[in-house]
Design a protein around this ligand. Structure first.
Ligand code: SAH
Length: 345
């Protein structure tokens, strides 16, 4: 923002005012930003645009979870989910249109990958939740569609705005990035950001993780675990949150619980067991409740804080791994149509 206003001949502090108007006050009409000089406002009106994602679908769930489908340029759609809990409200934000990582149990993966979201499209999701839907967002998790570390710069900048005092003022413990484990990007993240870390682990051995989270073939556990440990080093309040989806007969045995305990030994850890959310065509089933309980008990007995994530919003397909959006470009579809219709388009 400072660079933008400077390029228009104004003092840098006007950039900070601009940030405040848009993100703290939710004002998008440049004409209403009364502490910017008239000249600067005219320049901005001529040269810049404040555009927010359009909410095309606004769906409340029976349990209070709220899903919005946002339409971006080219007709791409992404989903943003607000999850109210006692004393806090978590917004689950998307980072890409689709995803390229192809995890075998995730329905976003089935949609394929189209493109990265821009910084504006990422922070726009929080803007919509706070300023248009008036939701009390106390936490943000980068756990929507996409792999955030595969869209590095825009995600890092968006998380910085979330933390900025002139914008959303969220503390570093309340902004969480979730990654399937792109190790070099994770190490780079440590240099530029101090957000909290969640990692989609889902398996205690390379053999199984190769199958469930294929990026593991490139960055196996012996690279991933030390990188995570490095990420939280220097802050004794920090733990790595490990996400572990419970797949019946695949990763939920007592032996696998023991392997998991051994794998995480020496790493300050918290485990989030996620009941598998099914989707059409999947070959997996969720582990039975008593299996999840027994698995959790084992981890707890080994002294690892283990929570079972409550499934929220599954009646509106807003639960983990159920976000699908619309990955195809409208323009591409129209192009295809134009091609098949002689004389079209
Ligand atoms: N790509 C990032 C961000 C997605 S976070 C990552 O992998 O961490 C969404 C979480 O939901 C991830 O832990 C993901 O593995 C998990 N998930 C995906 N599909 C799921 C499903 N069908 N049921 C339950 N959890 C799922």
């Amino acid at each position: 923002m400072e660079a933008l206003v400077q390029a228009l001949g104004a003092k840098p502090f006007h950039g900070r005012n601009l940030l405040k108007w848009i993100h703290k006050h939710g004002v998008t009409e440049i004409g209403r930003m009364t502490d910017l000089s008239k000249g600067l406002r005219e320049q901005l009106l001529a040269r810049a645009e404040v555009r927010v994602p359009e909410v095309v679908f606004d769906q409340p769930s029976r349990d209070g979870t709220h899903k919005w489908v946002l339409e971006l340029e080219c007709g791409n759609r992404v989903e943003t989910v607000f999850i109210p809990e006692s004393g806090r409200g978590t917004l689950c934000v998307s980072s890409q249109v689709g995803c390229s990582l192809d995890c075998s149990f995730c329905s976003t993966a089935q949609q394929g990958y189209n493109r990265n979201l821009s910084l504006a499209e990422i922070i726009g999701q929080l803007w919509v939740a706070v300023h248009r839907m008036h939701k009390p967002v106390t936490n943000v998790v980068m756990m929507g569609m996409g792999e955030p570390l595969a869209n590095f710069e825009p995600v890092v900048s968006a998380m910085a705005i979330m933390q900025n005092d002139l914008a959303y003022m969220l503390s570093k413990y309340r902004v969480t990035i979730s990654t399937s484990g792109i190790v070099p990007a994770l190490l780079r993240l440590k240099e530029v950001s101090d957000v909290s870390l969640a990692v989609s682990l889902h398996a205690p051995t390379n053999e199984l993780r190769d199958e469930l989270v294929p990026i593991n073939r490139k960055y196996p556990l012996e690279m991933l675990i030390p990188a995570c440990r490095e990420f939280i080093r220097g802050d004794s309040r920090r733990k790595v949150t490990w996400e572990y989806v419970m797949l019946d007969g695949v990763n939920d045995s007592d032996r696998q619980a023991r392997q998991l305990i051994r794998l995480l030994e020496g790493t300050p850890s918290k485990i989030n067991l996620i009941p598998f959310n099914p989707f059409p065509g999947t070959r997996y089933r969720c582990s039975p409740a008593e299996r999840m309980l027994a698995f959790r008990e084992r981890l707890m007995r080994a002294g690892i804080v283990t929570l079972t994530r409550k499934t929220r919003g599954d009646d509106i397909d807003a639960a983990c791994g159920q976000l699908v959006g619309r990955v195809q470009d409208r323009s591409r579809r129209e192009l295809r149509l134009a091609r098949v219709q002689p004389g079209g388009g």
